[in-house]
Design a protein around this ligand. Structure first.
Ligand SMILES: Cc1ncc(COP(=O)(O)O)c(C=O)c1O
Length: 461
């Protein structure tokens, strides 16, 4: 076993292909329809042509691809070289502070120019859009991590970028808006007064906090009125996005070889699946094909517990029932989660791949409260020096819990988590925490039951 603290790779070690878990999903699509994408009006599968009106064609092709390895285009690798490979770091100081026999490692995606894992998919999506003649992209963002990644990628490929930012985050995190605007993006708070749906919601509640589902509905309406050929930039949820993110886990596998260890458990926070998928799927590939037995834990907020408390059923990806229906763990598309600071985890649904794997028992999920999550983030920062993004702090919390369990049991397990981003634009959240102003929100049962009652009934066949 190596005595190093940081495991670094060179540019030539950046993976040449993404891992496509479609090739290895242990769940029969015929029986479960886990991969169906249905038109909400007819409940029939959407054709590739219909999907290509929204997404780049290459993105649509990849949705259905079952090739295990998908070559990364050279122009994408060239941009990845700005920050990839990212380091794998052994948290030796944290281990010591916890007095645990466990070995804790974290992969640090906060070294990307905008501070999170999100550019791993923003760059290929913008590349496909440009390659196919689009003039710009439109998207929604929670805390602004995804929006700033897409704004940067659009700037690199000379595309316009329109971002609808969830209203509560727009005001909580003005610096992310400024970052997006610095890359030339247009940013609006959602609900906004630029769409009929947004105006209706604002009339009902002028302080409406918004949600990712609502922003998704608004951009459909907005895209129709904006001039130019716009493609939708997907920050999570869909198969190709999860696949683009697998550069994280693929690099980590190489780095564990350098470390001379292999993780017993991999942990990642989970908003709509891409961070978790990107880190965990390459390890699941080893489980499925190479006899490994790594546990994979997805961590979500107690205020928005789609895997642990949602229903596994068809639901729409947006609040107004205009986006396709997919099979997922959902809290109901009209569910508006409390305005917690981990804005990127406030989504009613979950990626179909992650949902299917959870339902099938291949992965685990845990929900944690906001305050103990910030306790863990502060402890981590005090030992390792990095202030995590509030989303990433969810993984830190569960990694620390696992390490403390190892201490009790006297087990020297290898724990790895993805530190998906830094929290340098989230200092308002830390300020609230330090002033003891953060509240824990348990998801309100009645609200979820109400939202679940509006989930569409889908009869397949
Ligand atoms: C830093 C960070 N980590 C994790 C997530 C969750 O990502 P995903 O929706 O892909 O699960 C987000 C979402 O915005 C984020 O900003």
């Amino acid at each position: 076993m190596s005595k190093e603290t940081k495991y670094l790779l060179s540019e030539s070690d950046i993976p040449k292909a993404w891992y496509n878990i479609n090739a290895d999903m242990p769940i029969d699509p015929g029986e479960t329809a886990w991969n169906a994408v249905l038109d909400p009006a007819t409940q029939k599968p959407l054709t590739p042509d219909a999907l290509s009106a929204i997404f780049p064609k290459r993105f649509v092709e990849l949705t259905a691809s079952t090739d295990r390895w998908v070559e990364i285009p050279e122009p994408v690798i060239d941009v990845y070289k700005l920050w990839r490979p990212t380091p794998l770091i052994r948290a030796r100081r944290l281990e010591k502070a916890l007095d645990t026999p466990a070995h804790i490692y974290y992969k640090y995606e906060g070294v990307s120019p905008v501070g999170s894992h999100k550019p791993n998919t923003a760059v290929p999506e913008a590349f496909y859009a440009k390659d196919e003649g689009a003039t710009g992209m439109i998207t929604l963002t929670g805390a602004g991590q995804w929006g700033s990644a897409l704004a940067m990628a659009c700037r690199f490929f000379d595309l316009e970028c329109h971002v609808y930012m969830v209203r509560v985050s727009y005001y909580q995190k003005p610096y992310r808006r400024i970052l997006m605007e610095s890359f030339g993006a247009t940013v609006l708070p959602s609900p906004s007064d630029t769409t009929e749906y947004g105006r209706k919601l604002l009339a009902e509640d002028p302080d409406h906090p918004g949600s990712l589902g609502i922003a998704a509905s608004e951009i459909v309406e907005a895209a129709a009125t904006l001039a130019g050929k716009l493609k939708f930039g997907a920050g999570a949820l869909l198969g190709p996005v999860l696949m683009h993110q697998t550069v994280i886990g693929l690099e980590a596998l190489q780095q564990f070889e350098l470390a001379g260890e292999y993780p017993d458990v991999v942990i990642a926070c989970n908003g709509a699946g891409s961070n978790f998928g990107g880190f965990a799927f390459p390890f699941l590939h080893q489980n499925f094909t190479a006899g490994k037995n790594t546990r994979a834990i997805a961590v979500e907020p107690m205020a928005c517990p789609s895997l642990t408390k949602g229903k596994y059923t068809f639901d729409c990806a947006d609040a107004a029932n205009t986006w396709p229906l997919m099979k997922m763990h959902t809290l109901g598309h009209s569910f508006v989660p409390a305005g917690i600071h981990a804005g990127g985890l406030r989504y009613h649904g979950m990626a179909p791949h992650v949902s299917a794997l959870y339902d099938h028992g291949d992965i685990e999920a845990v929900a944690v409260h906001q305050r103990p999550t910030f306790d863990a983030a502060i402890q981590f920062a005090g030992e390792e020096g990095i202030l995590p993004a509030p989303e990433s702090a969810h993984a830190v919390k569960v990694a620390i819990d696992e390490a403390l369990r190892c201490k009790e049991a006297g087990e020297a397990k290898v724990i790895a988590f993805n530190l998906s981003g830094h929290g340098h634009y989230d200092l308002g959240a830390y300020d609230a925490y330090l002033k003891n102003e953060l509240e824990d929100y348990e998801y309100p049962d009645e609200a979820v039951q109400e939202a679940l009652s509006q989930v569409p009934e889908v009869a397949l066949g």
